[in-house]
Ligand binder design. Sequence first.
Ligand code: AMP
Length: 211
Amino acid sequence: MIVVLLGPPGAGKGTQGERVAAALGVPKIATGDVLRAAVKAGTKLGLEAKGFMDRGDLVPDAVILGIMKEALAQPEHDAGVILDGVVRTVPQAEGLARATAELGRTVDVVLMFDIADDELVARLSGRTTCDTCQKPFMGLEPGQPCPDGDGTLVRRKDDEPDAVRNRLRVYREQTAPVLDWYIAQGANVVRIDAVGSFDEVTARALKAVGR
Ligand code: AMP
């Protein structure tokens, strides 16, 4: 089962995606995680992506399409995969449709996480992220140890207020049209209310994927 997670930054796609992936027994790919790991490792991909990411801008489509195709070709994704933040522009959605068709596969469900802007700003500006496992935490300060591992919590550069505002603008201008594109294609789009406890939102997401 190929599941595309759509929704603004801070809607909870990452956390909920992990839970849906665990319930379905399939891996999750997040392009944001792939890119942050590349920045940390100082690879060519990381050097290319860093400036875009720090400003809260999108990394060019060609870069994302490369990551997407490479990931889909991995045998561990044969049984299915959860794509978290992987599709953020209409050309990326078109590219994914081509890549899946070449493999004789299709996107089975598009989960759209619905949430209001003011809730997002509050969530993102109160968030710290582990520099090692990349898990997000609310109500913990930068510099504290990660509660779940060996890392240290940091404030992501793109969770600073200016970058958050830019990410929301980029979302509205470039990513929101992806939802309309999937609807126009007749895809199985399910809207999920992303406000509620983790467990409530997970229950909605699992229902949407038939669990
Ligand atoms: P995320 O962790 O999903 O919030 O992604 C962090 C940043 O990585 C984004 O603000 C973009 O700069 C970049 N990024 C991640 N996924 C994509 C994508 N599909 N298209 C373009 N840029 C992306």
